[in-house]
Design a protein around this ligand. Sequence first.
Ligand code: KG4
Ligand code: ZN
Length: 340
Amino acid sequence: MSFPDRHTLVLGIETSCDETAAALVLGGNDIASSVVSSQIDLHAAFGGVVPEIASRAHLDLLNPVIARAIVEAGVDEARIDAVACTVGPGLIGALLVGVSAAKALALAWDVPFVGVNHLEAHLYAALLEDPSTELPIVVLLVSGGHTMLVEMTAPGEYRLLGQTIDDAAGEAFDKVARFLGLGYPGGPAIEAIARQGDPTAIAFPRAMRDAEGDGRLDFSFSGLKTAVMYYVRKHPDADTADLAASFQEAVVDVLVHKARLAARDVGARGIALGGGVAANGRLREAMLDACAADGVRGYVPSPAMCTDNAAMIAAAGWHRLRLDGPTPLDAGAIPNLKLA
Ligand code: KG4
Ligand code: ZN
């Protein structure tokens, strides 16, 4: 069998934003260990990720996190066949910590280094937990930095169908949560309080929901954030739980509607969720209902596989090695790397 094969053990490293993560994955889909150290507490006081603090924290945390991933997998480091690391998109200082460590380890262990696109890795997260996934699928990738619909026809083959023209869905959750005084990160805070609220209490706008032509599969969330602010200014006594539930419902409604359109357009056999916002219970429930109604399979990875982790980096690295071979050691980090 050619390299990599089902025995190939890849160390994945992720440091693109505020999670320091390392994982060992066998054969591209069998997770031997996955360790994530979140820096949320360090950034919470500032209401968002502070790049310089993130880079310094990655420096402190990365070596122990890698060591723990190796111990938890119960292997000797000599067993590792390749080192995969996120090279972009992300914060440049944060990315460089992971990329430098990954190259150093690859050099020291004399194994290939593989640079991984963080967005591509989020797509693999959907397949990691369900090896029986039938392609093509449409992946709705919704995170703090991205909101996109991607058609995946084979590992490594994907097409961007639509994306946000302004704020990402997670960014909208974070900004609205900050405005409502719910803290950081905003997504989990809004979801928690929304459980006590009425999602039909306020009819917030669904921007671009029924757009035709070029914008048909694109999204826009900055107007929704503004609509929440105007509403609160006009109704200072509005119930926060109702506001949160109605806001969340508006986001979920547009995301699910467009994912269904995309799946119908390309004849997808399923719809998968990926990215931090895919941890949202209301989105997961609405997406599974829609898939059942449309007769396609719904893939909702575990919340831990939706948010940033290194198992998805190792899996994507395995596929990249198979498709392109190793990445040269003089390749750099690319903060604004695109998916396609
Ligand atoms: O993928 P991710 O961990 O990091 C990025 O690559 O951006 O996504 C983080 C984003 C944040 O905006 C956070 O508020 C959002 O995902 N998020 C959620 C939930 N959990 C995390 N949004 C809605 N509901 C959640 N339960
Ligand atoms: Zn991410």
